[in-house]
Design a protein around this ligand. Structure first.
Ligand SMILES: CC(C)(COP(=O)(O)OP(=O)(O)OC[C@H]1O[C@@H](n2cnc3c(N)ncnc32)[C@H](O)[C@@H]1OP(=O)(O)O)[C@@H](O)C(=O)NCCC(=O)NCCS
Length: 285
């Protein structure tokens, strides 16, 4: 991070990466990442061969290196059918043009961290992906121990969708990775199979609870002494029925016990939320 006592106030500008960035780009990658990239990769980046990238520079540097990269993001298009996440976005086999943008590398040199440079670079990627009608999302992998990057993508509202076991193999050791996605152009799948099952389970749980409570009420009604039942009919039992039939009857809610009202409301909400979710899911299938 920049020294707060220094008078230098950076002026960050974003631009495409160019052939003149080759050496600095390679040096920063070596400094920041545990994996080594081939020279070919950097040549592809600076010449834009299948890779789209953005760079950040500080045009107010005290050392005068005003055009030297201080941050970068490199990306490439992945056809939907070749992506490992076609089950996660609205994939349509008849639309062979559907694609995703994959973030290959993102980095900011130490002195310029926590100034929002990476946020701006990733915003550029999202803007670009959104501008392509056939693009459904931006995705990437982060090694499981890289907490700053995990926090960063969460802050940028990427969704953590998977943990991939033993995804990386670095210096003789395996590491898991997290897969993050940012959906664009309505790319989000309406519901994953797990979400559909959960919605059904929620619905049936609510239904069972309602049955149990009905049975319990019938049983307790039966057990009441005859005089008690008659006496209470005008107050407790009728009011309870009213509450179930008409939840917005304020006089009923006022008279009813909070616990009973809570149950009816929770159950109704859970069931209707579950049904809405199922309806949305089925519509999207
Ligand atoms: C991850 C990285 C790109 C973040 O760059 P940056 O320019 O400092 O990020 P930003 O300033 O845009 O930060 C945005 C948010 O990310 C989170 N964040 C960034 N750095 C963080 C850190 N060290 N610890 C915790 N959270 C962090 C914060 O939530 C931050 O928001 P805040 O400043 O409002 O708290 C940078 O630390 C880096 O280059 N790391 C090494 C390379 C790397 O790991 N790349 C990502 C994997 S490809």
């Amino acid at each position: 991070m920049l020294d707060s006592s220094s008078t230098h106030s950076p002026t960050i500008v974003y631009r495409p990466i160019r052939p003149s960035d080759l050496d600095v780009l390679e040096q920063i990658h070596i400094a920041l990442f545990p994996v080594r990239y081939e020279r070919e990769f950097f040549l592809d980046v600076v010449h834009g061969r299948g890779i789209i990238s953005w760079g950040a520079i500080d045009i107010n540097r005290p050392d005068g290196k005003n055009d030297e990269l201080i941050g970068f993001v490199t990306t490439r298009f992945i056809p939907g059918k070749d992506s490992e996440i076609e089950d996660l976005f609205r994939y349509n086999a008849s639309r062979s043009d559907l694609c995703l943008v994959y973030i290959l590398t993102l980095g900011v040199v130490d002195d310029y961290r926590c100034l929002g440079v990476a946020s701006s670079l990733v915003q550029e990627v999202i803007k670009y992906a959104t501008s392509i009608a056939s693009c459904r999302g931006v995705y990437l992998h982060v090694i499981s121990y890289n907490q700053p990057a995990i926090n960063f993508y969460k802050k940028m509202l990427f969704r953590l969708v998977r943990r991939l076991s033993h995804f990386y193999y670095i210096r003789g050791r395996h590491y898991d990775s997290y897969l993050f996605v940012y959906y664009v152009n309505g790319g989000r799948s309406p519901c994953s199979p797990l979400e559909i099952v959960t919605a059904f389970l929620m619905y049936f749980r609510g239904f069972l609870r309602m049955l149990v409570s009905k049975l319990q009420r019938t049983e307790s009604n039966k057990n009441l002494p005859r005089w008690y039942r008659c006496k209470e009919t005008n107050s407790l039992l009728v009011n309870q029925n009213k509450r179930i039939i008409s939840a917005d009857d304020s006089s009923c809610q006022h008279e009813s016990s909070p616990a009973a009202t809570g149950f009816v409301t929770t159950h109704q909400q859970a069931s209707s939320e579950a049904l809405t979710q199922i309806a949305i899911s089925l519509k999207g299938l």
